[in-house]
Design a protein around this ligand. Structure first.
Ligand SMILES: [Zn+2]
Length: 389
């Protein structure tokens, strides 16, 4: 009898392995209703190629590949609908691989934009051999610029963190939170209370945790603002701010401060973090809901560029998530299939509007976006200066 026990164990282990492997190769099929909403046309203006931008807005759709955009377009208003992102005047394509993998994670991708170097997945703004590389907010703070960050994840999550943290693991979020408090970032809005030492936050920051306080009139006289609206990532509910609300507030704050303190300009990065999370779950409806908040943020930022005329808006994604395929339509429904629950190496779109936008076309590497941003404001020729605090 004793002899049989190892065989039973072996059979159970083999059974588990087979079921695990077959689950991984199963691709989820979903049917999504085709929408009929009309296109909201966004007014854009043409900028001369010699005009230099003063401010930079970088909007990131985490996990937002071309098919995430295509499916959202169809689900909102059908194939002929035009989203805000579709109305961006300049388009390019970005490769996304990291230093050590054809599949990047958000940490390596955001480090590429922030610092211009390829690093290993999970690393934040350090080289593959752990040397610190300055990020855009750190480079431009001595050139009279102020910076802000917005995310629907925790503000210590990989994408925002690459713009202020230098660390060998994106998962060390308490250390990352401490690095944010030491960083040049003037306004940070997202989730993540559980990673911060709240007493330490209050020493140098106005802390806001309630959506009711997310109005610039409450804090225009504050030097630094940290908005933490959830323990970790923002649980979506009407009681919590959207990407659109946080981005609008951050823009108002940065514009006001930049004028008041005679800065050369501002840099704002805002991420729709949870598009990626829904794609990991192969959940198309939630993915589209998350994309809608992102696209409304894009529409608002485009209106800002049109009115302000001195701001360059760039939109891209860190990578595609889910291997999403769009397979056909029948009786008002579109058939989609997810290929994986992970990231893929499919290139992503780059979209630009405003002075300097014409440079963001053709095929580029994600590290090129860093260089193109600094070149657009001619950072290497700006004399060292700081805003008058
Ligand atoms: Zn992801």
């Amino acid at each position: 009898m004793k002899k049989f026990v190892p065989y039973f164990l072996l059979i159970i282990i083999l059974g588990c392995l087979i079921s695990l492997l077959s689950n991984q190769s199963k691709s989820k099929i979903e049917y999504i209703e085709i929408g009929n909403e009309g296109t909201k046309s966004i007014e854009t203006v043409v900028f001369s190629k010699d005009k230099k931008p003063k401010n930079i807005i970088l909007l990131i759709g985490d996990g937002t590949g071309l098919n995430q955009i295509t499916l959202s377009r169809i689900a909102i208003g059908g194939v002929n609908h035009r989203l805000a992102i579709d109305q961006m005047p300049f388009h390019g394509t970005s490769l996304t691989h990291s230093y050590n993998s054809i599949y990047t994670d958000s940490a390596a991708a955001a480090s590429a934009w922030a610092t211009g170097i390829k690093t290993k997945n999970k690393f934040l703004s350090i080289t593959h051999d752990k040397k610190i590389v300055p990020s855009i907010p750190e480079i431009i703070q001595n050139k009279g610029y102020i910076s802000g960050l917005v995310a629907t994840s925790s503000i210590t999550h990989a994408t925002p963190a690459a713009f202020y943290s230098h660390i060998d693991s994106r998962y060390k979020e308490e250390e990352i939170a401490n690095q944010l408090l030491e960083s040049p970032i003037k306004i940070s809005l997202g989730g993540g209370t559980k990673f911060f030492n709240i007493e330490k936050v209050k020493e140098n920051n106005l802390l806001i945790t309630d959506i009711k306080d997310l109005s610039t009139e409450n804090f225009l006289d504050s030097e630094r603002v940290l908005g933490l609206f959830d323990e970790d990532g923002i649980n979506r509910s009407p009681a919590k701010p959207t990407q659109l609300q946080m981005t609008k507030t951050a823009l108002e704050f940065l514009s006001f401060k930049s004028d008041e303190d005679s800065c050369n300009g501002f840099f704002l990065m805002s991420e729709g973090s949870q598009i990626d999370w829904a794609a990991h779950d192969n959940d198309a409806i939630t993915m589209i809901t998350e994309f809608i908040d992102f696209d409304k943020t894009i529409a608002m930022a485009m209106d800002f560029v049109t009115a302000d005329k001195e701001t360059l808006l760039i939109i891209t994604a860190d990578h595609e998530t889910g291997g999403l395929q769009i397979l056909g339509d029948k009786e008002g429904m579109v058939k989609v299939q997810w290929g994986t629950g992970r990231h893929t190496s499919i290139p992503v779109g780059v979209y630009a509007y405003g002075p300097g936008a014409h440079s963001f076309t053709g095929l580029m590497d994600n590290t090129d976006i860093h260089t193109l941003i600094l070149d657009a404001i001619d950072a290497s020729n700006i004399e060292p200066s700081v805003c008058s605090d």
